[in-house]
Design a protein around this ligand. Structure first.
Ligand SMILES: C[S@@+](CC[C@H](N)C(=O)[O-])C[C@H]1O[C@@H](n2cnc3c(N)ncnc32)[C@H](O)[C@@H]1O
Length: 279
């Protein structure tokens, strides 16, 4: 799978881009601002705080207790696991990613707690290399839209959850009326040009309830947090304007951000936190 934004991020981090290191060196996801009007889109440290806050909102929903076994599927640089490990003791943490380059950085950044380090495993979230009933919580932060199949991932997450376990994710959930438009974004020609690579944002709330039922799960929480994430677009827009992309590539990326901002504001595409519990 080709994800141009990940390749760009890794090459900029290798070149010592300090603004990117601060904003996306730990988390590769949108920010969460409790007071969106107070966001400071020109400041990387404000973005870093907001990205950390997004992980915290998701972790609140996951309700993780000391001693639990937690899998973060599509773990990026391991930021959500680090955030969790700093707050809860005696955890057994595993991060999984399809891209070994990200895992290398995650392992480099990881710090021990209670004599343990998170373990990082290369693999596809749709064929989890773990035994049945091996985790109390499975997380997937802002990545399910890249996975080859939501249905396969939900089935795998259900398989590896222990009794009483839960799956918690974040995703862009379209309003039912917007689903046909989101299917257009899947045209191969658009996906090739798109900075974010192949993204499937076609699963509505009703779609999630159906997929969950097929996997033996129930959607127990679906929280729309779009309003709190919107300053992300102003931040990314400024970064793009300062970055190396020029000409048509930059105009296209800026246009994409404006569209995401608009469909977020109008409720057509909702940044959501979802919790699934076994049926
Ligand atoms: C937007 S990033 C989010 C990373 C991380 N969850 C975070 O919040 O910082 C999307 C991630 O999904 C990962 N990914 C894409 N397809 C995957 C797959 N099939 N299995 C596991 N990880 C995958 C990418 O490598 C990338 O790390």
């Amino acid at each position: 799978m080709t994800l141009p934004y990940i390749d760009h991020l890794l090459s900029q981090l290798a070149r010592g881009n300090t603004a990117l290191e601060q904003s996306f060196g730990r988390h590769i996801h949108w920010g969460y601002w409790p007071e969106p009007a107070a966001a400071q889109p020109e400041r990387s440290e404000d973005y870093a705080r907001a990205a950390e806050r997004l992980s915290l909102e998701l972790l609140d929903l996951a309700d993780i207790a000391p001693g639990m076994r937690v899998l973060d599927a599509g773990c990026g640089f391991g930021g959500t696991l680090a955030c969790l490990q700093e707050r809860v003791e005696r955890l057994d943490l595993t991060g999984l990613n399809i891209d070994p380059r990200q895992l290398q950085r995650a392992a480099h950044l990881a710090r021990p707690r209670d004599g343990r380090l998170p373990r990082f495993v290369a693999g596809d979230a749709c064929t989890l290399p773990f035994a049945d009933a091996s985790f109390d919580r499975v997380l997937a932060v802002e990545c399910i839209f890249h996975f080859p199949s939501r249905a396969a991932f939900l089935a795998e997450a259900r398989r590896v959850l222990r009794p009483g376990g839960a799956l918690v994710i974040s995703d862009f959930v379209p309003a039912r009326s917007w689903v046909p438009m989101t299917r257009m974004a899947r045209w191969p020609s658009l996906e090739r040009l798109n900075l974010f690579g192949a993204c499937d944002v076609t699963c509505s709330a009703a779609g999630y309830r159906n997929l969950a039922a097929e996997a033996g799960l129930n959607v127990t929480t679906l929280r729309d947090i779009t309003r709190h994430t919107l300053p992300t677009y102003a931040f990314l827009g400024r970064m793009l304007a300062r970055g190396t992309r020029r000409g048509a590539g930059q105009r296209m990326a800026q246009g994409g951000l404006r569209l995401l901002d608009l469909v977020g504001r109008t409720g057509l595409l909702r940044y959501s936190l979802l919790r699934f519990d076994p049926a």
